[in-house]
Design a protein around this ligand. Structure first.
Ligand code: BV8
Length: 222
């Protein structure tokens, strides 16, 4: 079993912003204002416009060679679990199968009242209503800070069986994703970090390869 965890760094060369690099999203916006339920309750228009802009960016972006390499890996083997922290759909657009979006998907909308999910409209507004229950409680289908990520049981079960865990393009700053390397290590897996430069958690990995994802991920896959 190979578990791959991707973060914002794999989409950087597709033109999508990362969070914690210089000029990253969290230097432009206060995470508390745009990526928490409290921020959404305080100013839904600010939050919906933040995600409208990121959805526009994701639609305009194209998968890069790193996304395509991982797609080839998931097509060639049936013992790979591709987990992403990213909310863009570049893995899917590169042809990856069964992508596990633990932090949700920006291309989908969610009704906070009934839990209905549907393809997000071009622009979401606070006045939108749910197509299933008509409640004015729509939001992007993403996991905010303080909210439970998706598919944690499936991920934990895969980490427990993993012989290899590979983290790609993530700073290892956000939990519980940042704790996956320790879970894999405890299960006896080999752990590898593929990143632009050593992350703050590089020391937790058995090995690391550094450089742009579009170069080092195909080199690892192929
Ligand atoms: C939760 C969706 C309860 C929205 C995001 C301990 C245990 C559990 C929770 C916590 C804990 N300690 C603290 C917490 C709370 C919190 C947390 O972790 N806070 C941090 C700030 C300390 N966690 C939560 O709230 C989570 N939920 O805890 O629920 C619970 C309790 C126990 C067990 C389970 C649940 C929810 C977190 C999810 C938040 N939502 N995203 C959105 O996208 O707007 S998080 C967001 O930041 C991303 O999704 C991503 O996951 C995260 C980290 O970003 P990265 O992907 O790593 O990106 P970053 O910019 O940081 O790094 C990019 C890297 O790429 C860099 O290293 C860079 O060098 C590299 N790079 C750049 N260019 C390239 C490159 N690499 C290769 N090539 C390149 N070209």
């Amino acid at each position: 079993m190979i578990v791959v965890l991707t973060g914002a760094g794999i989409s950087a060369e597709s033109g999508l912003g990362t969070f914690r690099n210089v000029g990253g999203l969290w230097s432009q916006y206060d995470l508390e204002d745009v990526a928490t339920p409290q921020g959404h309750a305080r100013d839904p228009r600010l939050v919906l416009d933040f995600y409208n802009a990121r959805r526009d960016g994701a639609r305009a972006a194209a998968p890069n060679p790193a996304h395509h390499a991982l797609a080839r890996l998931t097509q060639a083997r049936d013992d790979v679990l591709l987990v992403t922290q990213n909310i863009d759909d570049l893995h899917e657009r590169a042809g990856a199968r069964d992508v596990v979006h633990m932090h949700g998907e920006i291309m989908r909308a969610l009704c906070g009242a009934c839990g209905h999910r549907w393809p997000a409209p071009e622009r979401m507004a606070p006045t939108d209503t749910c197509p299933a229950c008509a409640a004015p409680a729509t939001r992007p289908d993403v996991v905010w800070f303080g909210e439970m990520p998706h598919h944690l049981d499936r991920i934990a079960e895969a980490l427990d069986r993993a012989s290899l865990f590979v983290a790609i393009g993530t700073s290892g700053s956000v939990y519980p994703a940042a704790g996956f390397v320790a879970e894999a290590d405890a299960a006896g897996a080999e752990t590898l970090e593929l990143n632009l430069e050593p992350s703050d958690t590089a020391g937790a990995f058995d090995a690391g390869r550094y450089g742009p994802a579009s170069e080092i991920v195909p080199a690892w896959v192929d």
